[in-house]
Structure formats: structure tokens, C-alpha cells
Design a protein around this ligand. Structure first.
Ligand code: NOJ
Length: 713
């Protein structure tokens, strides 16, 4: 099915699906209406849910509060598992089954024919909410076409420890950037009749001992660093929240009323569904009373045990009603009842990855690639006839190309365009030739580089869910490989396919470095376009790259992986996460948060701050003063008065702009009371500390070009 703008296509598909299900066929329709009056879409979701609940027995409700394992009930062909989660429907009450799949980089869990998009850290590196919304829309439609009702994405856990095995799977170290990126993804996903799931609530910042570790973190830090992306996701209308593995201050997240009730429902006003991460439920009564609605994937603590708790009065029927209502209201609200996906039996082998989806994947890959270093005249390549390019390293296209995705539940299997053939084809157009080596023999690679005009070395780390990286060095002797190649050829370009920061002991010896992350299935197309200048490397770092693994915010074993064999992780760095710590401690990173070069240059001027009540508009001019078209990401940081007790600067606004040479644009960024507020744990509210707030506008957290101020109140 060709994929245009989601809505129209969905609408067309919906009619087919709906009539296939018999819902539009007159007589059947009337019978359904009589039997299941809540099927009428003219009623409000909460009214429909209330009427349905009134028709349900306690057992009917209990059946909705747990998944069944294995999720094979809908697996109709060879292969699978197709759904990582499954809640059976109740045909006599017209309740459809609910199917769940990951996730953050595309529809995964062994699904066939879906698009492998760049991973979330790359999505965040685009600083492009419009593109992220397109990604979400494509992801949601692929989900629906594959029979998936609930997409287990986005993951908004803050990058506290760069060694985190799932660093690649979330949006980096800043709560504002993470929240904005997540909101865009959610809005896009939910333009389709599917439910998005923000995860993992809350903290979940390491893989070492992930089921049990207690993140011991103060309330202010929780509210200012770890929780805001979830709050933004709730404001964006996210249908579901997945509570996390592990404990927050010694309480398991999926049975923590302070998190699930006081914060999520009370402070954030969330009305949707709370499901556990897979195996993150630890109790029956405590979880039901603590705010969990749905145990996934099976019925270890809910199901019979919960039925028993209801029978003995340990859990009230009101609680069961509330849990079921959260699920049903969300399903009604998001169109799960009204827009059933195509018959699941027919879509297992369907290829739903359209050219439009693949071009979103390509644009994300291009816009997320961060140019970290570019000695004059290195990139873009301007070689001309008869030159030779040595392409070196496993991720160039040797082996199975798992370098384009991160490992674990978010992995999406797709056939990846490898860099080597893409660069070879592009070089041929320019009249250049490509030679290659897999990099397993540094001597052979160096010899190849010596006889070539330039060398491009692809290097990787392999992050995966379930384990943290042992350190920040590139694995498998790749530092030595890069050094050997750089010594053989001064025109050496390093392309990093890593899920997060790595150390670069060879940085001074190479001519250029790009961070391409795990770029998804259009990997080769994107990097070939960037190297030859058909596209620009448009990314900016969503995470600080440290210069050593000692000069980092989380440097003691008590902080990570935590004392007593990773039982207790002390978040003693408090608010000083990521660039906040580097700024406060005046430590120079290797590359700062927000940083990224362009193939052109930009100037910033004319800062103005306009006030209307408690709202502010900060405007300034960005001009492309270079020779070619390009995009920039001006960033607005606020430096609070000393009395506020905040780190030196915090991101509060940004905008991606595209400019032709010589052109300028007026950028206006909005600030509100929250941009200047601190969380007060005693009054449990946000308040603005009186004083002078400095407004800093720049091209990265360490490249501030314009300064202004706002006095509060
Ligand atoms: C565990 C992961 O933590 C979560 O992110 C994922 O959605 C589930 N497994 C299901 O795959």
C-alpha cells in the first residue's frame, strides 16, 4: 500500500478492515449495536468505557489486566514471535484483542517488512521535531498495518551514564530535548489508531543489575532531570506508560504509588494505561494498589493471584474497575475499537515499508550524523577523476551489518544498504575508485590507505540491552586500526557507528570525524551522500562526549554500577547530569552537548527579549555566511540566579533552520514560567526564584554567541 499522509491511507484501509470484520454490514451492525452499545463512536470514550464496564463481570475485567504468554494466539504463519505482548479480546463484549510490539527504532520483535529507522539517540541528534513527527507517523502506520495496536516507544530515560547499554535507545542527556523529541514521536505515532507507550517510568539508567538496582535519587533531581520527558509525553497525549525495571529509592517502580499515583496521575494528570515492563511486576496487592494496571507479559502476579486477592477483599473491586477503565478508555480514545487493523493472519508476510518511510529513514540518518572534526579541505570529498578511496572497517559492509541498529528488544531486522557499495557507486559517478579492507588486519589496512588518496575508516561499538559497556574505548582493537591507517594516510576520515560517546585517542591524527550512530537501513546511502556533499551532516550532539572515562559526572562505583554489587546506585551527582556537570565543574569535554559542525558557517545577531506577562519570546537572527546551503540548530540556554541552586546553564529552547548562502532568518523561541522554575520538594510545586536570569543563545552548550537577561519576577 502506498503511504502518503497517514490519515487518508488509514481511512481507506480502515474501511476495508472494518467491512471485513462485518462491522459496517447493516444487519450485523444492528446486532452489534444492540449487544455492545459502547461500540457507537458518537459517545465520549469515558462514557463508552463506563457502559462497557457496567456490562462486565469481575472476571471479564481481570482478564484484561494481564497478557498471555507465549503471544502465539495470533501467530498464524511460520516465524515469529510477531507480537511481544498480547492481551486476549472478549468477543461477546466486542472487546478486540490488544497486540503490543517494540519500538523505538521501528516495528521490531521479528516482524518482517518494516522499516529499520535510525536509533533514538540519532533521532535526538537531528533536533528536528517536524522530522521526528514524520518518523512517528510512519512508525504508527507500519504498526497498524502489521496488526499492532500498541507501540512500545518512545524510550525517554535520561543518559546519565554513557556506558549504559541502552544509551542508543533514548534521546540523550537533556530533559528538554528528550521531552520535545518524545512529544513529536508520540504525536506522529498516535495520528494512527495505535497507542504509543512512553517508557521506562522512571529513571532506569543502567543495564547492570537492571531488574533490582535501586536508583537512589533525591526528589528535586527526579523532578528536574528524570521526570520531565514523561510529563511532556503526557501533555502530548501519550496513551500508555510503561513502568520500569528496578527500584527508585528502594521501591520497585511498578508498585510505587509515589511515582505512579502522586506524580504520574496527580502531578502530570495522566489518564491512560500503566503497563509493567516485561517481568517488572513484583507483587499482586502492592502493585494493584500502587498504580499498575496491566502486568506484562504473563499472569504471574495478576491473573489468578489477583482474582484471589479480590475474592478475599485484599484488593477492592473499585481498584479493579479503575485498572480496567484506564485500559478501556485508552483503547476507545485511540480508536482501537473503531479502527481494527487488517486481519492479522494476512499481514505477517506483508511488506509495509514504503519508499516514503525509507526516505524518512534516510533523512533522519543524514540529519543526525554529527560532523565532529573537519580539517580544512577534507569534507565534503572533492576528488575528481582517477583518485582512490580506501574504505576500511567492519561496519563498511563486512559481516552481517548489525552495526546499523542497537541490540535487544528495539532491534529491527531489515536489509541494510551498506556503506561500501553505496560509496563505490557514488565514487564511480565522480570518476573515483574504491578499494576496501575489513580492518581485521591493521597492517593490511594501513598498506591500502598508504596507496590511496583518502581513507575512510568505519568504527563501531555494539551496545545492547541487558548489559552495560565495560568502558568508553572502541572495542576490538579499533583504536590501533585507526592509528595505523592515520599514520599511513594523513587524509583519514573516521566514521563512527556507535550508540553513544567513545574515546578518541587518535583524534589529533585524523583529518575528519563523523558520528553516524546506528543509522538504520539507509546507512550507506546517507553516509555516501554526506561524504560527497550531496547532503550535509546535520546533527548536533544530544550527549556530551568526555575526554576520558575519569572526567565524567558519574565516576565512582557507588554511582555506577552501584554499591553492594550494583544493588544501590547513588545519584550523588544530583542535578549535575551531562553538560550541567561539565559546566559546573569547569571540565572540558572532548565534544560538548549541542555541538556539531556544518559544511557552511552561521552568524548570530540581534538578540531581543519580549515579555508578555509570565511568557517571553526570545528572538535573534541567524545568517548563513558560508558558501553553501546548510542547516543550523541555534540553542537557548537559561542561567538561573545563584540562589536557585541550579547548574550553570540549562537548555530551554532550540530550532533547526535551513538557509541558503547569504540568507538569514529571524528565530523566535518561547519561554514560559516553567523555563525559569525550580522544583520545591517541600511545597511539591514549581516556583521561580527571584533574581536575574541570563539568556544564552549559541551553537552548542560551549559556544554561546548572544547574551541577554530577564529579571524575575
Ligand atoms: C524489555 C524492555 O525493557 C522494554 O523496553 C521492551 O518494550 C520490552 N522488553 C518488550 O520487548
Amino acid at each position: 500500500m502506498p503511504r502518503g499522509i497517514g490519515r487518508a491511507v488509514v481511512a481507506a484501509a480502515l474501511c476495508v478492515a472494518a467491512s471485513a470484520a462485518g462491522l459496517l454490514a447493516g444487519a450485523a451492525d444492528a446486532r452489534t449495536a444492540a449487544r455492545c452499545p459502547w461500540m457507537s463512536p458518537t459517545m465520549q470514550p469515558n462514557v463508552r468505557a463506563a457502559r462497557l464496564l457496567a456490562a462486565m463481570t469481575v472476571n471479564d475485567k481481570l482478564a484484561l489486566l494481564t497478557g498471555v504468554v507465549p503471544a502465539t494466539a495470533l501467530q498464524v504463519t511460520d516465524g515469529g514471535p510477531v507480537f511481544v505482548g498480547y492481551v486476549p479480546g472478549n468477543p461477546s463484549l466486542c472487546i478486540p484483542a490488544l497486540t503490543l510490539d517494540d519500538g523505538p527504532s521501528g516495528i521490531g520483535n521479528g516482524q518482517l517488512g518494516t522499516t529499520a529507522f535510525p536509533v533514538p539517540i540519532a533521532q535526538a541528534a537531528t533536533w528536528d521535531t517536524a522530522l521526528e513527527r514524520s518518523f512517528g507517523r510512519a512508525l504508527g502506520l507500519e504498526a497498524w498495518q502489521k496488526g499492532v495496536d500498541v507501540v512500545l516507544a518512545p524510550n525517554v530515560n535520561i543518559a546519565r551514564v554513557p556506558e549504559n547499554g541502552r544509551n542508543f535507545e533514548a534521546f540523550g542527556e537533556d530533559p528538554f530535548l528528550s521531552g520535545q523529541t518524545a512529544a513529536a514521536a508520540i504525536e506522529g505515532i498516535q495520528q494512527n489508531p495505535v497507542i504509543a507507550t512512553v517508557k521506562h517510568f522512571a529513571v532506569n539508567s543502567q543495564e547492570t543489575n537492571r531488574y533490582y538496582v535501586s536508583s537512589n535519587v533525591d526528589d528535586r533531581t527526579l523532578h528536574e532531570i528524570y521526570l520531565p520527558p514523561f510529563e511532556t509525553a503526557v501533555q502530548a497525549g501519550v496513551g500508555a506508560v510503561m513502568c520500569a525495571y528496578g527500584q527508585v529509592n528502594a521501591v520497585f517502580a511498578c508498585q510505587d504509588p509515589a511515582l505512579l499515583k502522586t506524580v504520574l496521575r496527580g502531578e502530570f494528570g495522566f489518564r491512560g494505561l500503566v503497563m509493567s515492563d516485561w517481568g517488572a511486576t513484583w507483587s499482586t496487592v502492592q502493585s494493584a494498589d500502587g498504580g499498575l494496571d496491566l502486568e506484562m507479559p504473563g499472569a504471574k502476579f495478576f491473573g489468578p493471584a489477583l482474582a484471589n486477592a479480590v475474592a478475599t477483599g485484599a484488593v477492592t473491586t473499585e481498584t479493579i474497575d479503575r485498572m480496567a477503565r484506564h485500559l478501556l478508555v485508552t483503547m476507545f480514545q485511540r480508536g482501537i475499537f473503531d479502527h481494527p487493523p487488517p486481519a492479522r493472519a494476512s499481514v505477517y508476510l506483508a511488506d509495509v515499508s514504503t519508499p516514503a518511510d525509507q526516505s524518512v529513514a534516510l533523512r533522519l540518518a543524514e540529519e543526525s550524523t554529527v560532523l565532529l572534526k573537519n580539517a580544512p579541505g577534507t569534507l565534503p570529498l572533492r576528488l575528481g577523476r582517477g583518485k582512490s578511496i580506501a574504505v576500511i572497517g567492519a561496519p563498511a559492509g563486512f559481516g552481517d551489518m548489525t552495526y546499523a541498529s542497537g541490540g535487544g528488544s528495539s532491534f529491527v531486522s531489515a536489509s541494510v544498504v551498506a556503506p561500501l557499495p553505496a560509496i563505490t557507486a557514488r565514487a564511480a559517478k565522480a570518476g573515483d575508485t574504491v578499494v576496501s579492507a575489513d580492518g581485521s588486519d591493521a597492517g593490511a589496512a594501513a598498506a591500502l590507505a598508504r596507496s590511496s588518496s583518502v581513507a575512510v575508516v568505519f568504527a563501531y561499538d555494539q551496545e545492547r540491552e541487558g548489559q552495560d559497556r565495560p568502558g568508553l574505548e572502541l572495542p576490538a582493537g579499533q583504536d590501533q586500526l585507526i592509528e595505523a591507517v592515520a599514520q599511513a594516510n594523513p587524509h583519514t576520515i573516521v566514521v563512527l557507528d556507535t550508540g553513544g560517546p567513545v574515546l578518541m585517542p587518535w583524534l589529533d591524527e585524523v583529518a575528519a570525524v563523523t558520528e553516524a550512530w546506528y543509522p538504520g537501513e539507509r546507512d550507506g546511502d546517507a553516509i555516501a551522500a554526506i561524504l560527497f556533499g550531496d547532503a550535509e551532516p546535520g546533527g548536533r550532539l544530544p550527549e556530551t562526549f568526555p575526554s576520558s572515562d575519569a572526567a565524567v559526572p558519574v565516576a565512582t562505583p557507588d554511582q555506577w554500577p552501584g554499591a553492594n554489587d550494583a544493588q544501590d546506585a547513588s545519584f550523588s551527582e544530583g542535578l549535575d547530569v551531562g553538560y550541567r556537570w561539565y559546566d559546573k565543574n569547569k571540565v572540558a569535554p572532548l565534544f560538548p552537548f549541542g555541538y556539531g559542525l556544518s559544511y557552511t558557517t552561521f552568524s548570530y545577531s540581534h538578540l531581543h527579549v519580549h515579555r508578555t506577562g509570565s511568557r517571553f519570546a526570545v528572538s535573534f537572527t541567524v545568517k548563513n555566511v558560508g558558501a553553501r546551503a546548510g542547516s543550523d540548530v541555534p540553542q537557548l540556554y537559561v542561567d538561573d540566579p545563584a540562589a536557585a541552586g541550579e547548574p550553570p546553564k540549562q537548555l530551554k529552547g532550540y530550532q533547526r533552520v535551513f538557509l541558503r548562502p547569504g540568507r538569514s532568518v529571524l528565530v523566535t523561541l518561547a519561554l514560559n514560567a516553567r523555563s525559569f522554575s525550580q522544583w520545591n520538594s517541600t511545597s511539591r510545586s514549581w516556583a521561580v526564584t527571584p533574581g536575574l536570569y541570563r539568556i544564552l543563545v549559541g551553537a552548542s552548550s560551549r559556544d554561546i554567541r548572544l547574551r541577554g537577561f530577564i529579571r524575575q519576577p
